[in-house]
Design a protein around this ligand. Sequence first.
Ligand code: GLN
Ligand code: ZN
Length: 770
Amino acid sequence: MTASFPTGTILGYPRIGRRRELKRAVEAHWSGAVTLEELETTAAELRRATRARLVELGLGRDDSSIPESFSFYDQVLDAAVTVGALPARFDDLRDADGQIPLGAYFTAARGDGERAALEMTKWFDTNYHYLVPEIGPETAFSLSSDRFARQVAEARADRVTVRPVVVGPVTLLALAKATDAAPEGFRPLDRLEDLLPVYVELLSTLRAAGAEWVQLDEPALVSESLNAAPGELADAARRAYDVLGSATRRPAILVAAGYAQLSAEAWTTLAAAPVEALALDLHRGAVPAPADGLSGKTLVGGVIDGRNVWRGDLAAAVAALDDLRALGAPVAVATSTSLQHVPHDVADETALDPRLASWLAFADQKVQQVATLARGLRDGRAAIAADIDAAAAAAADRRHAAGVRDGGVRARIAQLTAADHRRPDYELRLAAQAAAVPLPALPTTTIGSFPQTGEIRRARARLVRGEITPEEYDGFLRDEIARVIDLQLDLGLDVLVHGEPERNDMVQYFAENLDGFTVTQNGWVQSYGSRATRPSILWGDVSRPAPITVPWSRYAQSLTDKPVKGMLTGPVTILAWSFVRDDQPLADTAAQVALALREEIADLEEAGIQIIQVDEPALRELLPLKAADQPGYLEWSVGAFRLATAGAGTATSVHTHLCYSDFAVVIDAIAALDADVTSIEAARSRGAVIDDIARSGFSHGVGPGAYDIHSPRVPSVAEMTDLLQRAADRLPLRQVWANPDCGLKTRGYDETVVSLRNLVTAAAAVRARA
Ligand code: GLN
Ligand code: ZN
């Protein structure tokens, strides 16, 4: 007998803790200050507090409406470890019964002296990073952790019936990459039939531990950006859920597909599958067409946006749930995705303008909105009329508030023409730039930031606490810039940077200095593992009240005759790493940010800066999951970059930086950016991207990252010489730059100095051979 699905639920909750308790505990454990047992105790307390909070906010203790979505690091790693899908290099870390203990889990996530960590990449079109499982023909799947079952039992002991949340088998395989040992053409999805028995076993342990429902997350079924076609993924889902649904000892199954519309094939497949409930993203997707096989299933409408921070429109949510009900199955309400992408609680933001705060909903407010909508489903719309009206009133207030629409900004945007997006021909620019700033072949540079030392962070904290004056802080930053310039002169780099010591974060810094944004105090969101970011909230029309980076760049340039690069964050990245207003197209918001950056570039030129870098590491991340949406996205995102940069003079060299190496996917867009020089990640792929660049015919300057800054390892002269030589062999030398593959802010000075010295030596060696 199956328990019915709760009327309201969320698909997952932030797991880092309201004050990042998990981060502190986990990092203390890594540093040796806290034992594994103490860490487990802290985590259990955090889970208990989360369940209590969710009950307080209106979810039920015993109806499976509370998801158990805790993770020590990452939900994909949780699933991979549970089914034993770690590559062979971690085998010796298993315990005597072949189980994978927490220590091994962390080693897979972080690596150690001898073992490389699993690779990390972005989860769908979000800024959350998951660990990429490595699966080959040799992977021996077996139930290797009882953590999910233990957490269910732990909740039971507190008399809470939770619904464990596990990444489903199709998504786990679709997101995995082949092991090095796998033959050409092998794909992890080929192993589905071998994996399913382990999921069957997992379901039976969850049932035995007291779970009445399990949530299997299958967002792969919405994506058209994976290495498998939607039809193929849907077919995998049919095979998977035929098997899991027929298991005899199991909880009822909710298959959840957030982040976009389920593919048509996956929808008809799942509608007919022997599972008990389906969760659909009705925020990013629409109510699907009628399908066969729905009877007896609950349809869970994800009408409250799990990814952004705006207070949901309850009237629209009720209407969407009504449309869903028209499909003829019982309906429940949920968030569109896990709430792991939003901060905990607006009530923690005491410094926020109360009016702005009334427009927002973080995780806890979203839980309340779900609980309200559930009440509406049970008792009728009239029962929640006051809440619907309050939400509508907040939305109306927001529409009319000062700053949401700024006539001046809108007038400037309206005047733009195609010519504002175009620079003179590249060859003309190249000549003018070479005359303005003569550089040797294979010029050396860095990506912008230098190490953010404890001293810098302490000075910033003291400024915030009022322990030093803004003038003292300014003086401190100037000294820091002078030191970084001296160091670069000593190292012999050709194009210098000021080091970005004034920036806490490459997006927040700009948000703090532009109108239309606000920042939070406690709005942390997990980025990966123990790392969290505090995205700014972009709520109004964007403009630049005053120059932002100009004083720092001007000062840095005053210290040397060598060129100092100005350093800006691009419009797409500013959008991607903020919570963005949802009341107008992203394209319009991007154009406003671009215009503000365009003014900054003009002022940098005025201040004598001749090379300006506009970073766009998130250009790839925002690429829509649906193929049909991608051309439109690329058009506006590239357009925003060009609007930001095309005001630069012919002799001003515009650089850009992208962090990733899946260059082939976005090569046309990168070319369309029309930057003079583009630096990209290359070291981790051992320079393979250089071949992609050569094949693509890309003719502007390119700096293939000569070493990986994500590790403290110091690269040797020989390995960087090899990589740069490879570039020099494949591409005209005039195109190639020598630089690390990203900013140095997370590194220490010891390894930075030696690494850069080696880079300069390697560049000189390749130059000498040319
Ligand atoms: N200029 C930035 C830095 O060096 C770029 C960072 C990034 O690409 N993520 O820190
Ligand atoms: Zn980068």
